[in-house]
Design a protein around this ligand. Structure first.
Ligand SMILES: NC(=O)c1ccc[n+]([C@@H]2O[C@H](COP(=O)([O-])OP(=O)(O)OC[C@H]3O[C@@H](n4cnc5c(N)ncnc54)[C@H](OP(=O)(O)O)[C@@H]3O)[C@@H](O)[C@H]2O)c1
Length: 264
């Protein structure tokens, strides 16, 4: 990829496409086009909100685009890739879909096609996704640089292997829901003390944000827990209940269940 301005075509205009476009739209080295499955209202919203070009069909621009981002459900990839394969000429093809790794993309596209897989989480919508990514056999450093620019617009990223994305998706993709579930229980408890739901949510979200900042500071989760829980104290009594109820094995089982479901 040589010219400085890169043309990126999004196929899919939903939540994930919008999150990525929102992170990219202020970068002048990208020219963005977006298409979808025919929902004009959504396409108009994307055009008006992000000031990008929208088109009815990807065929209108495929020849002049550098990068195609597949931001649509996994189950429609097969038929689209079949069609797309006829038009591909060294485009970089990136998917954000669960379960669609470089191996699958390379099998469906012409030999030599550079491909990549990124796996964000829902916090992409607020620019704070922890995104995993991996590249196929034919990507070079310019492709990866471009990919990293896209990823930095939606939060942090980490390069891992394709196999590791499958392994780690429950941690970065599903575990936010585990945290929300815990937050729900804490909010309900806080409301029982007589404060409003809004106050309770503020308390809990700020507490989780603070704990996340402490974790980012470098100390291990174990050390941080020990700092809160002095021996024989109030927090230690709470943590004892976690231990008695095998909290760690509960988490391990939940992650195992995610893997088992993903394999089906
Ligand atoms: N949301 C997340 O936080 C998240 C996290 C990780 C991965 N992902 C992955 O990101 C992908 C998109 O998710 P999303 O949350 O953005 O979904 P979404 O909000 O439901 O949007 C899906 C988009 O795909 C379009 N689409 C569906 N079938 C199509 C087809 N045959 N041709 C062209 N476009 C088609 C839809 O078109 P219309 O506008 O016409 O309906 C819509 O714009 C999924 O594969 C999902 O697994 C999402």
């Amino acid at each position: 990829m040589s010219s400085t301005i890169k043309r990126i075509l999004f196929i899919g205009a939903g939540r994930m496409a919008q999150a990525i476009i929102s992170g990219l739209k202020n970068q002048s080295d990208f020219q963005i086009s977006v298409t979808n499955n025919g929902n004009d209202q959504r396409l108009n919203y994307v055009r008006d909100t992000f000031d990008v070009e929208v088109i009815e069909s990807w065929r209108e621009e495929i020849e002049t685009t550098d990068v195609v981002v597949l931001a649509m459900p996994p189950e429609v990839h097969d038929s689209l890739l079949n069609e797309l394969a006829k038009f591909i000429d060294k485009h970089l093809i990136v998917t954000v879909a669960a379960g669609i790794g470089p191996t699958y993309l390379e099998e469906s596209l012409p030999d030599g096609t550079p491909v990549a897989w990124m796996m964000p989480n829902t916090a992409a919508q607020v620019g704070q996704s922890m995104t995993l990514y991996t590249c196929g056999k034919h990507t070079d450093s310019s492709h990866e640089e471009l990919l990293q620019k896209m990823l930095s617009g939606i939060g942090s990223y980490e390069k891992v292997t394709e196999e590791q994305i499958h392994e780690l998706t429950p941690i970065t993709g599903s575990a936010p829901a585990f945290i929300y579930k815990m937050a729900e229980a804490l909010v309900n408890n806080a409301v029982d003390s007589g404060i409003s739901e809004q106050q309770a949510r503020k308390l809990v979200s700020e507490m989780i944000g603070g704990a996340a900042s402490m974790l980012k500071n470098g100390e291990s989760p174990k050390e941080l827990a020990e700092q809160v829980a002095s021996p024989g104290g109030v927090t230690a009594a709470g943590l004892k209940v976690f231990d008695e109820n095998n909290f760690e094995s509960l988490i391990n089982n939940a992650i195992k269940a995610c893997h088992q479901r993903a394999e089906k």
